[in-house]
Design a protein around this ligand. Structure first.
Ligand code: TXA
Ligand code: MG
Length: 312
């Protein structure tokens, strides 16, 4: 449903977000598919509805630098860029604070977080009134073109509440700068150019396209300390077990991604449960088979990475 951004419709949108549902959010770059970034299940719905084959990390949107400081480690470089370009089409990747309430799913299990303050009156009003950060990728199914009009979002997601913010003035996704390494990196080009950024903070290195396309391969990506084995129906003694669906297996180190076998719930629990089991005194982590369909594709992609041989 396309709605004008009246007081009433904005309130409806906020109710939906509080309910753990998604909305179509206009920003100056492209329309976003937005969810409460602190709600695991709501964030899992984003991946489900985008049909993403893997958990690409998501950009966190907020109305103020002050509120972002609850979630990321701020720096002088971040301050310079934010003061110059925010609100606006620039995303900064920063180290994530350990006690941030943002769902681990937003950062695909990594210790970093991509954040921005969008420059659009409707998104700013929603962010202020909702007063929690929103996770929002572009509101299109994976592999399709990003939406720049409310109508585009409606075509792909007819049941979604889409606030009509008019045509997006920028029309391409935000420039992404990674500030988590020694030298800042340009991860995604956008309207704010390399030249404009370099004029303020010095030379940027360019990420290999692989690193951006496959954030799961980034060095900072979370990998469990313990070994991970997949497709296990009967864990060995001493092994932690990450179950899925109804199971007779019980024990101190047994957690169930979704006792009823729901993939959305499993995705919502994945990173939190992996971390919990990894912190236990088990000998390794065994994971139940997960159906390789729908969100199961992304869950299995992530689990395969967790189970892959390590460099060190
Ligand atoms: O303009 C935009 O940025 C739009 C609007 C809706 O704000 N959003 C957007 O989100 O383009 P999305 O999901 O299409 O782009 C997210 C990309 C990821 O694929 C990845 O390249 C990068 O942002 N990213 C997010 N978190 C990251 C992280 N922690 N480390 C490295 N890259 C990250
Ligand atoms: Mg996109």
């Amino acid at each position: 449903m396309i709605c004008p951004p009246s007081n009433q419709h904005i309130q409806n949108a906020i109710d939906q977000l509080n309910n753990g549902d998604l909305i179509g959010l206009p920003t100056e770059t492209v329309y976003g598919l937005a969810a409460d970034a602190t709600n695991d299940l709501a964030v899992a719905k984003i991946f489900e509805r985008k049909k993403r084959p893997r958990f690409n990390p998501l950009i966190i949107h907020s109305h103020s630098i002050q509120s972002l400081k609850d979630h990321v480690i701020w720096s002088k470089t971040a301050e310079v860029l934010a003061q110059t370009f925010w609100p606006g089409p620039l995303t900064l990747v920063l180290p994530k604070l350990k006690d941030s309430s943002i769902s681990l799913l937003c950062s695909a299990g990594m210790d970093t977080l991509a954040v921005r303050i969008p420059n659009h009156p409707v998104s700013l009003e929603i962010l202020q009134r909702f007063d929690k950060p929103l996770a929002a990728p572009s509101a299109n199914p994976s592999g399709r073109i990003s939406p720049t009009h409310a109508e585009h979002v409606h075509q792909d997601y007819p049941d979604l509440l889409v606030l009509d913010g008019g045509a997006c003035s920028v029309g391409i996704e935000s420039t992404i700068i990674d500030l988590t390494n020694e030298s800042p990196q340009l991860l995604r080009p956008g309207m704010i150019t390399r030249h404009e950024v370099e004029a303020l903070i010095g030379p940027l290195s360019t990420a290999t396209s692989d690193a951006v396309k496959a954030p799961g391969m980034l060095k900072s990506h979370y990998a469990p300390e313990h070994s991970v084995k997949l497709n296990v129906n009967n864990p060995k003694e001493g092994e932690a077990y990450l179950a899925f669906g109804p199971t007779h297996i019980t024990g101190d180190f047994v957690l169930n991604l979704s006792p009823t076998g729901q993939l959305t719930e499993a995705a919502a629990n994945l990173f939190t449960m992996l971390r919990k089991l990894d912190a236990s005194s088990c000998t390794g982590i065994a994971v139940a088979p997960i159906p390789n369909e729908g969100l199961g594709l992304a869950i299995n992609d992530r689990l395969k990475r967790a189970a892959a041989p390590r460099d060190t």
